[in-house]
Design a protein around this ligand. Structure first.
Ligand SMILES: Cc1ncc(COP(=O)(O)O)c(C=O)c1O
Length: 458
């Protein structure tokens, strides 16, 4: 069997337990695990009884009558659009609450995570001909928003142990054109912010965090999104804080945040608020959040800490049980990560502990047990056909030389992330961690069943 791929040196810097504390001692985990092993018999894919007849995960989103009332109040207020930034507005009230939750001075709400990323990159002056350092395993919007500013997203490969941006590869990709670093706390785990902020300082390049999947995650006890110069969030329906569509930018820098805020509101500056009167000559667009979105997000915000704590507890239970198994483990975390978020909880599959059973066959067998695993975050954006869509536009051809675009194409290589997508990345969604401890044990039972019988599943 293959030796665990992580070296001792790396292990000292990273550990696989994602949440602080835990509901279960290791001894307790061992006896639960022993029972699971006893129970685990014929896999469903070979005709056995599935571990679960009902899928995992709670129904999402979660709301009650009070949420509906908040939405109706916004409806009946007859104020269906807010753009004055007065303290009485629902959107402004939400912004204040979110800034407080995130521990930043300012929050500017937007109508999506995509527009949050757009406004934030504009605020740090990303524009035609520039480059923004980002990563390949992220949602397409991270890169699209850079391309939409006629700049090039420079895709950095992933760390094979954490599945985060490999911060050791950033410095060699910095050029005179680099205008921002845009790390993504993908899945809700933290990127290595110590290294990233040190590079930012050394080269005087701002950091815009894409925290669209990372509500309530923390780096050294600071909320993800509040570590860099600006942080962007999505409140799209599947996110841990959601209002259908919606987003926000947070930060402490008054000047940058005033730019974000004004850009999102057709260049209008704030009045009756804590921003100074800073004018931007009307530069802007309409990225405004509606009062309906703010009402829903405010309702959801009330549950965010409690839900995050439940996810912490369930993931701690799962992780203690997974310690008993070889071949499936949570991705390692950087030591600075004091809390993770759970939008997509990624794990590392090693077929060498499953008689060489491929990841796709493993996922199929798990699915037959009623445990649907995702494919990790396998988006190797550097291979996306959308890139050529942008590079072949008249604008890109005018702004960039042929040589520069060809070099960009040649440098677009991220082999580690491709391997994660093809062989090692598996995942569970945030809703799964709002279930019960028994759900976590079912996941482990299904894995054990398949491991015991792997040779018959090849
Ligand atoms: C990492 C990341 N960035 C950006 C976005 C864009 O957010 P939205 O869908 O709210 O526009 C998302 C949403 O899925 C995301 O996951």
């Amino acid at each position: 069997m293959k030796k665990d791929s992580i070296t001792r040196r790396k292990f000292l810097k990273k550990t696989s337990i994602g949440a602080t504390g835990g509901a279960l001692s290791l001894g307790g985990a061992t006896s639960i695990y022993a029972n699971i092993v006893k129970q685990a018999d014929i896999p469903a894919i070979l005709g056995g009884t599935p571990v679960r007849t009902r899928g995992l995960g709670v129904s999402w989103p979660i709301y009650d009558e009070s949420d509906i009332q908040m939405f109706l109040d916004a409806y009946k207020s007859n104020r269906w659009s807010e753009y004055s930034n007065r303290d009485t507005e629902r959107v402004v009230q939400f912004e204040k609450m979110y800034a407080e939750t995130m521990g930043t001075k300012y929050c500017a709400a937007t109508n999506a995570g995509t527009t949050a990323l757009d406004a934030a990159q504009r605020a740090v002056d990303v524009g035609p001909g520039d480059e923004v350092i980002t990563q390949t395993n992220t949602f397409i919007a991270t890169a699209q928003t850079t391309f939409n500013l006629y700049a090039l997203p420079v895709f950095i490969d992933s760390d094979p142990d954490t599945f985060m941006i490999n911060a050791d590869l950033i410095e060699e990709r910095i050029t005179e054109n680099t205008k921002a670093i845009l790390p993504v706390h993908i899945g809700g785990a933290a990127a290595d912010m110590d290294k990233i902020m040190a590079i930012s300082k050394k080269y005087n390049i701002p950091v815009v965090e894409d925290a669209c999947q990372a509500h309530m995650g923390e780096w050294r006890n600071k909320k993800l999104g509040a570590v860099g110069h600006l942080g962007c969030f999505s409140f799209q329906a599947g996110k841990s804080l959601c209002c259908g569509e919606g987003g926000a930018v947070i930060g402490d820098d008054e000047n940058l945040m005033a730019k974000v805020d004004a850009y999102s509101n057709n260049g209008r500056t704030r009045w009756g608020s804590s921003y100074k009167r800073i004018t931007f000559a009307g530069i802007g667009s309409n990225f405004r959040m509606t009062p309906f979105q703010a009402a829903v997000a405010t309702g959801q915000l009330r549950r965010l800490e409690e839900q995050s704590t439940l996810r912490d507890e369930n993931s701690a239970h799962l992780e203690k049980l997974l310690k008993e198994i070889q071949g499936v483990k949570p991705t390692y975390k950087y030591l600075g990560q004091t809390r993770r978020a759970y939008y997509i909880y990624q794990m590392i599959y090693d077929k060498n502990y499953f008689n060489g059973l491929s990841k796709s066959k493993f996922r199929n067998a798990m699915s037959e047990e009623g445990i649907r695993l995702g494919n990790g975050i396998d988006s190797s954006l550097h291979r996306g056909s959308f890139i050529e869509g942008y590079l072949n536009t008249r604008a890109f051809k005018n702004i960039f030389s042929k040589q520069r675009l060809n070099k960009y194409r040649r440098d677009n290589r991220c082999p580690v992330n491709e391997r994660i997508g093809e062989e090692t990345g598996i995942s569970l969604g945030q809703r799964v961690f709002l279930g019960t401890k028994k759900d976590m044990e079912d996941i482990v039972e299904a894995i054990v069943k398949i491991q015991k019988n792997a040779s018959k599943l090849l």
